[in-house]
Design a protein. Structure first.
Length: 169
């Protein structure tokens, strides 16, 4: 029985580590090292509760919630504002990708508060509902709606005319 649970967990971790990492990169505004740490912490916490997954209902959604909460907990620490580098690392451009646009968006996300970033990533990157986002952030749906509107406004202000210039090219 224990071996079957371990195998099921390893399969879950293999399948979900990529999507968790992508979400973590967005949450951390491109800090790949912190994103890796958050994914590792998330998978560690998932392993601890894995034998109760039948009670969780949707382990993938639960893992995303654990990731967001780990990120928000990290942001509350004083050391979370320390950055070993000033610029995001250069990432290889995939086919059809626009690295300038991606870096501009990551930099704009980095200037938002951690909670604003978390709301935008969960609502618009992970395509979560308002209720799911509220549950993950341990707040009310009304607070999420308000934060979404304000966070999008702040993101637009941060980008200014840059986004239109980048998309037009």
């Amino acid at each position: 029985m224990r071996k079957a649970q371990t195998q099921a967990y390893l399969e879950f971790a293999r399948i979900r580590s990529g999507p968790l990492y992508r979400s973590a990169c967005l949450l951390t505004s491109g800090d790949t090292h912190l994103a890796e740490d958050l994914v590792q912490e998330t998978l560690g916490r998932m392993y601890l509760v894995w034998n109760r997954t039948s009670k969780l209902g949707n382990p993938a959604a639960y893992a995303q919630t654990v990731l967001v909460r780990a990120f928000l907990t990290h942001q509350r620490r004083r050391s979370s504002t320390e950055r070993p580098i000033a610029e995001p690392p250069d990432l290889p451009a995939g086919a059809g990708s626009d690295t300038t646009l991606r870096i501009t968006l990551l930099e704009a996300l980095a200037r938002l508060s951690p909670k604003d970033r978390a709301v935008l990533v969960m609502r618009y990157w992970e395509d979560r509902s308002i209720e799911e986002t509220a549950a993950a952030m341990d707040t009310t749906p009304g607070a999420i709606r308000t934060r979404c509107v304000r966070a999008l406004g702040r993101l637009r202000d941060e980008l200014g005319g840059e986004l239109a210039d980048l998309i037009a090219h």
